[in-house]
Ligand binder design. Structure first.
Ligand SMILES: [Zn+2]
Length: 383
């Protein structure tokens, strides 16, 4: 198995090719052009949004997608306070979300001057997840396919938010993703909807959204909300540690970034190992290696999870793969697996408490899967 000599992505990674020089397509420039195009579009929409006056059609200038995570808490505080926008804070209650994020949402409701709404649709989002996990993906796969459950969940609730904004005539949707996610995210609402149809087909998409998505596909351009990514404007200044420190000082944040993870995090790793022979955060780890190689003095990460520079990621990945697939197949000794997982997460910079918390989620993976109707396979991807 060949691996990129710069970022260590393997040649079977979905959407990646490795050239004769041993360098992958992400590390060479041909991929960067596409990302920059998306980036130019999102920058333009953000500028337009900051200059726009009050929404003449209603009480809110923007629908702010509020998850309770550190990035969106930080920006919600800025938008409702300093930037003077009339903000409708929209939270989609993802049934897989940990209790820690719920606590942050409660703090925000007490301290940030916005209108808060909570939306949910447990049955349909679970039906979608069941479909994603239980089907065997087509090979060789496209870029981000190893993250399909995560990408699909996000698309699902972004579409719910688009429908809400469309019906209430709110012209902008603010979405806080870290700079890495933004560059790979669809920013045109019609494209978000089309992408969902492509992944799930007309029939299932119709069932999941009650047939109303076609309204969006056939609406006039000016009736459709536009998506704004505020972190674009501060992409070179993005500093997760400073954001957390500022939020804690204002009483708006109570947990460490690792603890606000989705409760499906263990299953997301199972999915990427079982189908794509890599850990869930492989692209983030590869991006980190790339930036370290480009700038030896580069010390600040540009995404939420930090990877210690000295960590031997390929080895950690192999060991994590073994534990995850053993748990999926109901093999091995849980006490030994817990020790192994805690050790691995600590090597990825987690504190002992956070590592233990995440390890316990991994040990409960079979139950989490059974509750959702997901059938686990216990062998890795064919290579
Ligand atoms: Zn590479």
């Amino acid at each position: 198995m060949r691996a990129c000599t710069v970022c260590a992505l393997k040649e079977n990674h979905p959407g990646i090719t490795i050239g004769d020089d041993g360098v992958c397509s992400l590390c060479t420039l041909d991929f960067a052009g596409e990302l920059m195009e998306n980036f130019a579009y999102t920058s333009r929409v953000f500028e337009e949004f900051t200059r726009s006056g009050p929404n003449p059609h209603g009480d809110h200038d923007c629908l702010f997608m509020y998850s309770g995570g550190k990035d969106s808490t930080y920006m919600l505080d800025k938008f409702a306070g300093e930037y003077g926008k009339r903000v409708l804070s929209y939270t989609f209650d993802v049934p897989f979300e940990s209790a820690h994020a719920a606590e942050n949402i409660k703090l925000a409701r007490e301290r940030i001057p916005a209108t808060f709404v909570v939306d949910s649709d447990d049955d349909n989002i679970k039906a979608m997840m069941r479909e994603v996990f239980n089907r065997i993906p087509a090979k060789p796969g496209k870029y981000l396919d190893e993250k399909l459950p995560c990408v699909s969940c996000r698309s699902f609730f972004v579409i719910r938010a688009i429908l809400y904004a469309f019906r209430h005539r709110i012209p902008y949707i603010v979405l806080c993703a870290d700079p890495q996610q933004i560059l790979t995210m669809e920013s045109d609402v019609r494209e978000v909807v089309r992408g969902f149809y492509r992944t799930f087909g007309r029939e299932l998409t119709g069932e999941l959204f009650g047939g109303v998505l076609e309204e969006l596909l056939f609406a006039d351009e000016e009736q459709l909300p536009r998506i704004v990514f505020p972190f674009i404007a501060m992409r070179y200044a993005y500093d997760p540690d400073r954001i957390v420190a500022e939020l804690k000082a204002k009483g708006l944040y109570t947990s460490s970034p690792l603890e606000t993870h989705c409760t499906l995090f263990p299953l997301l790793n199972y999915y990427s190992f079982a189908n794509w022979d890599c850990m869930f955060y492989k692209l983030n780890a590869a991006s980190h290696r790339r930036s370290v190689r480009r700038d030896e003095n580069h010390s600040r990460s540009t995404f939420s999870i930090t990877f210690p520079r000295a960590a031997d990621l390929p080895l950690i990945e192999e060991r994590l793969k073994k534990v995850v697939l053993d748990i999926a197949g109901n093999r091995g000794d849980p006490a030994a697996q817990e020790r192994e997982l805690i050790g691995l997460f600590q090597r990825l910079d987690a504190t002992e408490d956070a590592a233990r918390f995440v390890a316990q989620g991994f040990l409960a993976m079979r139950k989490t899967a059974a509750d959702l109707g997901i059938t686990l396979r216990s062998t890795g991807a064919e290579t």
